[in-house]
Design a protein around this ligand. Structure first.
Ligand SMILES: [Zn+2]
Length: 202
């Protein structure tokens, strides 16, 4: 499977960068605990945080500089797990613990820089320009997106998929605001098929 395809579904389901990141690695209906270097780079590439060329050179880093790769991977897992806890609390309308905000603040702290207007194809977009060249800046936009969602609170309309076996987060920007599934094609249909089968059986 091409790299980009591994991460793309998670990104689309999430609707926002930090939500997509909280969901990785996600295959239909199952976010997992582990995170591989390949899955991390695939996400960065699919979300256009890095270009395809930069993605390829980052992939090689696990061989050429395993310590640097491992450091970024550990930081990513810590950030992702904190996002899952914080987002879970948001969905349940519970308070967010200080300790869950800390991994987000850590990234915000080390990633000094500024936004810059960049012409991508025919459309202008804002792109973060890091002051330091280190690897941690790769998580800067994700941490910022997470911070924005937490500040928005209930207005972010963060939801968790109604399929108890799924656990994927999404942002409900449907008109009726009653979206229940991460994806109608995946969990929604599975639910429909299951309840149809139950009706047939009874
Ligand atoms: Zn789902």
């Amino acid at each position: 499977m091409p790299l980009a395809d591994v991460a793309a579904p998670a990104l689309l389901l999430g609707g926002r960068l930090a939500i997509g990141f909280a969901n990785i690695p996600s295959y239909p209906g199952a976010p997992a605990q582990h995170l591989s270097w390949e899955e991390l780079i695939a996400f960065l590439q699919a979300s256009h945080i890095v270009s395809a060329e930069r993605g390829t050179s980052l992939l090689a880093l696990s061989g050429s500089d395993p310590d640097a790769a491992q450091a970024l991977l550990s930081r990513s897992v810590r950030l992702r797990d904190a996002l899952r806890r914080a987002f879970g609390a948001l969905v349940q309308k519970e308070g967010i613990a200080r300790e869950w905000a800390e991994p987000i603040n850590q990234v915000l702290r080390i990633t000094e820089g500024h936004d810059e207007l960049v012409l991508g194809g025919s459309a202008w977009k804002m792109e973060f320009q890091a002051r330091e060249g280190g690897l941690d800046w790769l998580l800067a936009a994700i941490a910022r997106s997470a911070a924005e969602i937490i500040v928005e609170g209930a207005q972010a309309r963060l939801r968790i998929c109604a399929n108890p076996g799924c656990g994927l987060f999404f942002s409900d920007n449907s008109r009726t605001r009653r979206r229940r599934w991460c994806s109608m094609a995946i969990c929604g249909n599975r639910h429909k098929v299951a309840s149809f089968a139950r009706r047939q059986a009874s």
